[in-house]
Design a protein around this ligand. Structure first.
Ligand code: UDP
Length: 468
């Protein structure tokens, strides 16, 4: 009778829509192709309206539950998002043990998957007797490679990444200048850094690592990491897992606006679920867009001044009216070519729309994958987390994006946007590369494609052993 119950997998989703969306997509594919049901376990700290609506829209094979709230007030206001997530996860181990034990009673629980900074929760899975513990890395292979090398780098590198004279060179990876290495590793005296090293060690102890990337976007890193090596967990490149169209009712007004624009005429501007710009950059961006005369759709958030760059991350809704921070007269002057959407837009639908011709993006990995799947060339404007190393890898490695210079002057912004939208100069190369990657992304997910084959193998491991 046991073997006839569908296999079930429990997944821990650390905070952020950028973690929830790909794990939910993984769960959907497991259900559709393999008949595996799933429970998504979320943190109470991220119970935003956006997240609740998303969870409620998932198919019945995917259940969800929220862990109890955790008091993190002792960490103080300076704690980074990585520290907050890591502490929250570690403090939730007892509660999670109870949840997983209960799931073992009611389902045929074959595996536990924790994402990114959730590996401490493997203790809960062990205590609850869950047979397999896998790690889901929602970033790319470049980011994973840094994590896998971090325990050595921590010992061998005396100073800070940002002070390195030479870029960081890792096998199969585009050399990453020290200051562009992920922000959580930039200050060894911050608890965040120690947490990252801690997680990096746990990465190497997981049974296997699932990665949301695909071979064509980082081919050399894929060759290195998908080749099995003793002492390192097997790596499965199972992407691109991107959010399917939500088909929300009523349809968002910005999509109706896009319907009225010519094909490939609009640059979409968005900084992810939590990103916002300092006031000065926000103003330069507005003036830069105005200089191009280009049509634009911009998801605007209140600025991030005074070190609150991550403030929106735990809650996607901006607190103040973001339009109030734009240059005087900007909204009026651009009303015929531009649309400003406060806080949130249906991004995958926007990228899929034929009027969209470019994406000015913060280089959050989900956004990059969505852009590639829909064949939209990018202009990279990274903010924090691993976004800067993504921008380097995209613009200097596979050349799928232009990059806005660090000085962020309006003329520079306008030049990068123009090149991508007109497909001239470097922009022509970017367009051609993105078209090739779009094709490769699609092929990875077909029958016999690399991602499909990798996930088939994972499910075979989960469901064989005890019962066959
Ligand atoms: N997203 C969206 N609308 C928005 C902002 C973000 O639908 O206005 C979605 C986006 O499509 C992506 C995710 O939220 O799936 C953001 O993830 P990403 O890794 O790009 O960035 P993060 O939010 O983690 O910085």
């Amino acid at each position: 009778a046991e073997a006839r119950r569908p296999p079930h997998v429990a997944m821990l989703v650390t905070p952020g829509m950028g973690h929830l969306i790909p794990l939910a997509e993984l769960a959907k594919r497991l259900a559709a192709r393999h008949g595996v049901t799933a429970t998504l376990i979320t943190f109470a700290s991220t119970a935003s309206a956006t997240q609740r609506a998303f969870l409620a829209s998932l198919p019945p094979a995917i259940a969800s539950l929220s862990l109890p709230p955790v008091d993190l007030s002792d960490l103080g206001p300076g704690a980074t998002i990585e520290t907050l997530m890591s502490e929250e996860c570690a403090r939730l181990v007892p509660a999670l043990t109870g949840v997983l034990s209960a799931l073992r009673e009611t389902t045929r629980l074959v595996a536990y998957v924790a994402d990114l900074f959730g590996a401490d929760s493997f203790d809960a899975a062990v205590a609850a007797g869950v047979p397999r513990r896998y790690l889901f890395h929602p970033g790319n292979l470049h980011g994973l490679m840094i994590m896998l090398h971090l325990p050595e780098l921590d010992v061998s590198m005396p100073g800070e990444f940002r002070d390195l004279a030479e870029p960081v060179r890792l096998p199969g990876c585009v050399p990453i200048p020290g200051p562009d290495v992920m922000s959580g590793l930039q200050d060894k005296s911050d608890p965040c850094y120690r947490w990252m090293v801690h997680h990096a060690r746990l990465y190497r102890e997981s049974e296997a690592i699932l990665v949301n990337s695909f071979d064509a976007v980082e081919p050399d890193a894929a060759r290195v990491l998908t080749h099995p090596v003793p002492g390192r967990p097997p790596v499965y490149n199972i992407g691109p897992l991107i959010r399917a169209d939500a088909n929300d009712e009523p349809r968002a007004a910005c999509l109706d606006w896009l319907d009225r624009q010519p094909p490939k005429s609009v640059i979409f501007v968005s900084f992810g679920s939590g990103g916002s710009l300092p006031t000065e950059h926000m103003r330069e961006l507005a003036l830069g867009l105005e200089l191009t005369g280009q049509r634009f759709l911009w998801v605007v958030r209140s600025p991030s001044d005074e070190g609150t760059v991550n403030a929106n991350y735990y809650d996607a809704e901006s607190k103040k009216d973001p339009l109030a921070y734009l240059p005087e007269g900007f909204v009026e002057r651009t009303k015929d070519v531009g649309l400003l959407v406060p806080s949130w837009a249906p991004q995958t639908e926007v990228l899929a729309h034929e009027a969209t011709g470019g994406f000015l993006v913060h280089c959050g990995w989900n956004s990059v994958l969505e852009s590639l799947v829909h064949g939209v060339p990018m202009v990279a404007w990274p903010l924090f987390a691993e976004q800067r190393q993504n921008a380097v890898m995209l613009s200097e490695g596979v050349r799928a994006s232009m990059r806005v210079p660090a000085t962020k002057r309006k003329e520079e912004i306008a030049a990068a946007v123009r090149e991508v939208m007109a497909g001239q100069g470097k922009g022509a190369e970017v367009r051609a590369k993105v078209a090739a990657l779009q094709k490769a992304a699609k092929e990875a997910l077909l029958e016999g494609g690399a991602a499909t084959t990798a996930l088939d193998e994972v499910v075979r491991k989960w469901t064989c052993g005890e019962y066959c």
